[in-house]
Write a protein that binds this ligand. Sequence first.
Ligand code: ADP
Ligand code: TYD
Length: 207
Amino acid sequence: MKKNLFIAFEGIDGSGKSTQVKLLTQKLEVAGLKVYTTCEPTDGPIGKIIRDIFRHKMEADHRTIAGLFVADRLDHLLNKTNGILKKLEEGYTVITDRYYFSSYAYQSTHVDQHWVIQANSLSANLQRPDLNIYIDISPELSIDRLNKGRDSIELYETLENLQNVRNKYFEIMELLKKEEKVLIVDGNREPEIISNEIWDNIANRFK
Ligand code: ADP
Ligand code: TYD
């Protein structure tokens, strides 16, 4: 592979991002690469506030949440201990479970889309993913998987909201198709089949 890559997984809740992050990490490690996996919201202080809001431990306006995600993402990129930029400099291939497309899709269903894109432009300018991988499942399947795997439902995890979020993902992937590399995969198949398709695509693009 050409260089250490920065790859972002995207999709609505329960689309299989964490499963695919694990499978891709294994394949990259077998190919001899150093891999650093990470996620948003982060485990840092701002990410913790966001998680409390999502678990209904704290209340916040959608605009406040949108601002918190902007700050959490900048810390994710820039923090000196384990920031994405530092890890890339150290030669790791970095895989993140969610990045700014999540804000474009989730926050733009509640807050002005142009503001969301603009507010995240510092992050986009600091580090664009070499590839955004969007795992597509229907909102109905998402709710089905969430009901099986969780005992509580977080903010934004309703059928209507997930329908809006999925529509926003497609709208904004189309809007930004000139500047963003996106691979869309069908998430309603066996995990290994999805993983092999992702692997073939990455191997072809970055040989
Ligand atoms: P996300 O990180 O997008 O929320 P997960 O990888 O945690 O998604 O998957 C959500 C749930 O769906 C988990 O219970 C997981 O085992 C299951 N799952 C993941 N991928 C698939 C798949 N391709 N087919 C069926 N179930 C899946
Ligand atoms: P996550 O832990 O990835 O949830 P899941 O594994 O169910 O996909 O993300 C938690 C929630 O945060 C999820 O509902 C999506 C939301 N989110 C945003 O609204 N905006 C963002 O920018 C990010 C990164 C996540």
